[in-house]
Ligand binder design. Structure first.
Ligand code: ADP
Length: 637
């Protein structure tokens, strides 16, 4: 290649190189200046430098470092730049002010360059304000996370942790991040919980972005469980794709312990109340029988009669309280079962009014009822629903003065089916009481017509029963002295009851009925005796047996029409007695009725299975017994 061509090529290459570097110089986001090391005069600069320092490029290249107002400490900058000559390189931090007066953090990198054959200093000003701010912010987050008492950690999509804060490590007994990194997430859990966590929980986190569950973590050193509220969310990469999981979780061991303790205490309370109610029920049976005997015998002496009335009223009240307590307890434990059927609201209300009206009338209160003209059909347990209304009616009477008014009304309600209101003109309920009036053992005020303090379970029971029917109950009152209204909303069944005329002869028999031959079996002498006396007073022939064997022998010997048979007896219990009697040719047609303190669905099923025709829960009152004994004695099997 001729020398001229080579030179030209070299010149061209040089120009290209010069152009390339010039472009980098011009476009650099960092300010660049070239300074004379002796005078500090600025020999060259790029646009960024001029703009950052608040000058045009022409102005800046006429100035010396010392003249630049924007630099916080020009002398310092110059001293650093001067040092480049000896050191060959200098990096230092300084600050410069923007046109708006804002101080920016700058890092300057200075190196010697040759300009026009002379040594000059090239200084690159990099604005690190934002980076420093981000770094500070990051540090703050790091210390927040590090100082948090929550368990904070992150892992990748393969469940390999890459971070766990100090509190997290302490909680599970890990000592270093290296240890954490070697411990896959599932190892933090107990083996029996891993499946649900890995196969259900994490896939849902991935689908939904965030989920929470309560789970036990395992302490790696002691093996102790730590209950955590495990809150996990996905981490995302810059394209928004999941790149891992993060958790901020809380140790809830103490809360769980308290929850358990509370649940246990509540369960024990419920169990205690159930036992208490049963224990109270047993002596109530003979007491009620004794009262019925006294009443049937009658007395000419007015004092005795008054005493008898007191006994009657209060023992009835006790029976009702104990029954309510048992029922509310059963509802609380999910053990009460409804026997639902299609029933008209009017039938339920009639039943309730029959139960409550004696008390209302005795208190001289006016009772009015208004129902929709068309039948309202419910899918309900008529006995249980009536019980709820009896409680409301009894309260209405109890908390209303003599001569007050009680009104029962029902209206079809587009949203809720039917709304039944029991309203009174009584003592009313203060606003602050309204909210918790349905809670168990809540008593707002003494009764207006009843000197006996209440027990505070009537409304809890009413609410429980109504809710079991898919309804709800509301209390309303304008305040003390303004009367109260309880509104029961119930779902209705769409079709009306097909009117079925009662078959002839099914009408209630009000006559005393034929005398029966009865066998009363109870291991408790007192119960058996009082029941026998009562039944004899009702005109029946009664024999008594005190255990199962005696009962079978008596049944065979005297062939009674009806056996009232206690279920819980030593030696041979009522079920066994019933089964054995049923096995005998003479025992098939006998009517056998279970007499027991237990009236749960399960108890009834068991007694039906054993061959009983009926199931009466103690204490049984005279009217129930006489009704039972009036029923025709057709063979049922
Ligand atoms: P009890 O009547 O046995 O105390 P309840 O659960 O039936 O228990 O009622 C709880 C409380 O609600 C009562 O003590 C009474 O203060 C208040 N209460 C209930 N019904 C009425 C009513 N119709 N009018 C005024 N207060 C009522």
């Amino acid at each position: 290649m001729p020398a001229a061509t080579a030179r030209k090529q070299a010149e061209a290459a040089l120009r290209e190189s010069e152009e390339r570097y010039r472009t980098i110089f011009e476009l650099s986001p960092s300010g660049i200046i070239v300074v004379s090391p002796d005078s500090g005069t600025i020999l060259d600069c790029n646009d960024t430098a001029a703009r950052n320092l608040g000058y045009s490029r022409e102005e800046l290249t006429r100035l010396r470092i010392a003249d630049i107002d924007a630099l916080e400490s020009p002398a310092d900058v110059l001293a650093h730049i001067a040092r480049v000559r000896a050191a060959g390189h200098e990096r230092f931090a300084t600050r410069q002010r923007t046109m708006g007066g804002e101080l920016r953090e700058v890092v300057v990198e200075a190196r010697p360059v040759t300009l026009n054959g002379r040594t000059a200093m090239l200084a690159v000003f990099e604005d690190v304000t934002e980076r420093k701010r981000l770094e500070e912010q990051r540090q703050q987050f790091v210390s927040l996370v590090e100082n948090s008492t929550d368990f904070i950690g992150m892992c990748d999509l393969e469940f390999k942790p890459f971070y766990l804060n100090a509190a997290g490590m302490r909680m599970v007994g890990l000592e270093s991040l290296a240890q954490v990194r070697q411990t896959p997430v599932w190892e933090f859990l107990f083996p029996e919980d891993r499946r649900v966590a890995m196969e259900q929980f994490f896939p849902r986190v991935l689908r939904e972005g965030l989920r929470e569950m309560e789970i036990r973590f395992r302490h790696f050193a002691t093996g102790a469980p730590i209950w955590m509220l495990w809150s996990v969310f996905t981490l995302q990469d810059s394209d928004g794709r999941p790149s891992g999981y993060a958790t901020v979780s809380r140790d809830i061991t103490e809360r769980r312990r308290l929850d358990d303790a509370l649940r246990n205490a509540n369960r024990r309370k419920d169990e205690f109340l159930a036992t208490l109610a049963h224990e109270l029920r047993n002596p109530l049976a003979p007491i009620r029988n004794a009262v019925d005997i006294l009443k049937l015998q009658g007395s000419a002496d007015s004092n005795t009669q008054a005493a008898c009335d007191i006994l009657d009223r209060h023992s009835r009240q006790l029976v009702r309280l104990v029954d309510d307590l048992l029922d509310v307890n059963r509802i609380g434990r999910g053990k009460l079962q409804l026997r639902r059927e299609r029933v008209e609201l009017s039938t339920v209300l009639a039943e309730a009014l029959e139960g409550a009206s004696p008390r209302v009338l005795a208190a001289g209160q006016e009772l009015s009822v208004s129902l929709p003209p068309e039948p309202v059909c419910l899918d309900a347990d008529p006995v249980r629903l009536a019980q709820a209304f009896v409680n409301l009616l009894n309260n209405a009477s109890k908390y209303t003065d003599r001569g007050g008014r009680i009104r029962v009304s029902a209206e079809r309600n587009a949203a809720a089916g039917v709304a039944v209101t029991v309203a009174d003109t009584g003592i009313g309920i203060a606003p602050e009481q309204l909210a918790r009036i349905f809670d168990m053992f809540t008593q707002a005020r003494a009764s207006a017509t009843d000197p006996q303090p209440g027990f505070g379970i009537g409304l809890a029971l009413a609410r429980g029963l109504v809710e079991m029917h898919g309804g709800r109950i509301e209390a309303r009152s304008e305040g003390a002295g303004c009367g109260s209204a309880f509104v029961v909303y119930l779902p209705v069944v769409d079709d009306t009851l097909s009117a079925q005329p009662a078959p002839a002869g099914d009408a209630e028999d009000h006559t005393a009925g034929a005398a029966r031959r009865l066998l009363v079996v109870d291991d408790e002498q007192l119960v058996a005796k009082s029941l026998a006396v009562l039944l004899r007073l009702l005109g029946h022939a009664v024999e008594v047996a005190h255990d199962g064997f005696e009962a079978i022998a008596a049944a065979e010997r005297s062939n009674p029409d009806v056996i009232l048979l206690d279920v819980g007896m030593p030696k041979l219990d009522g079920y066994a007695v019933c089964r054995r009697i049923r096995e005998q040719p003479w025992g098939k047609a006998m009517r056998i009725v279970a007499l027991t303190g237990w009236g749960m669905e399960e108890d009834r099923r068991q007694s039906a299975e054993a061959g009983f025709d009926g199931h009466l829960v103690k204490p049984v009152d005279a009217s129930t017994l006489s009704k039972l004994l009036r029923e025709p004695l057709m063979a049922k099997r």
